[in-house]
Design a protein around this ligand. Structure first.
Ligand code: COA
Length: 145
């Protein structure tokens, strides 16, 4: 059974989520998340989906102001992609963020994932740009409507 969870910084689930982020987002670019300084992540909100005790999807929410967060590093394990897990994770995360008083979400989507975010109500802002050598698109969503 799949379950939405909030992940505590430096917990066992956090360690699993870091490994998943590294595998899905960093290693394909020949980068290593585990060599990065992640100490600022103590101030972020961390959400995930677990199957039993295994973290199969995760996402970060970085508070930008009292009402705005930036969604970062959304990753679904390869064996669970395209099965509705990403959608469940992001919509549950949005509900949790709204309950905390956040009203506006922004993110830098990889261009390859823009369609996923559009299905969840995010809108493109501005032009594509390069980040970590791959094309990205700024997107945003309001939780107030
Ligand atoms: C992109 C990602 C987060 C989507 O999560 P997922 O669990 O695979 O997606 P879901 O199965 O929940 O898809 C929800 C809907 O979005 C669509 N969708 C999924 N990935 C998509 C993509 N890359 N482009 C366009 N549409 C996509 C699905 O077809 C589905 O549509 P439906 O509701 O009409 O059936 C996941 O595939 C992933 O981790 N990819 C690799 C890393 C990555 O690109 N992360 C995002 C960085 S910005």
């Amino acid at each position: 059974m799949l379950r939405f969870i909030e992940i505590t910084f430096l917990s066992e689930n956090y360690e699993q989520a870091c490994r998943l982020r590294n595998e899905i987002l960093r290693q394909p670019l020949d980068l290593d998340l585990l060599e990065e300084d992640l100490s600022a992540e103590v101030d972020y909100l961390h959400f995930g989906i677990v199957e039993g005790s295994r973290v199969i999807a995760c996402v970060l929410a970085v508070p930008v102001s009292d009402v705005k967060v930036k969604i970062r590093q959304m990753a679904v394990s390869a064996d669970f992609q395209n099965r509705g897990v990403g959608k469940t994770l992001l919509s549950n995360s949005e509900t949790s963020l709204k309950q905390r008083g956040f009203q506006f979400l922004e993110l830098d989507a990889r261009t390859s994932a823009v369609g996923f975010y559009q299905k969840l109500g995010y809108q493109k802002v501005g032009e594509e740009f390069l980040s970590v050598s791959i094309p990205h698109q700024k997107m945003r969503k309001s939780l107030t409507e």
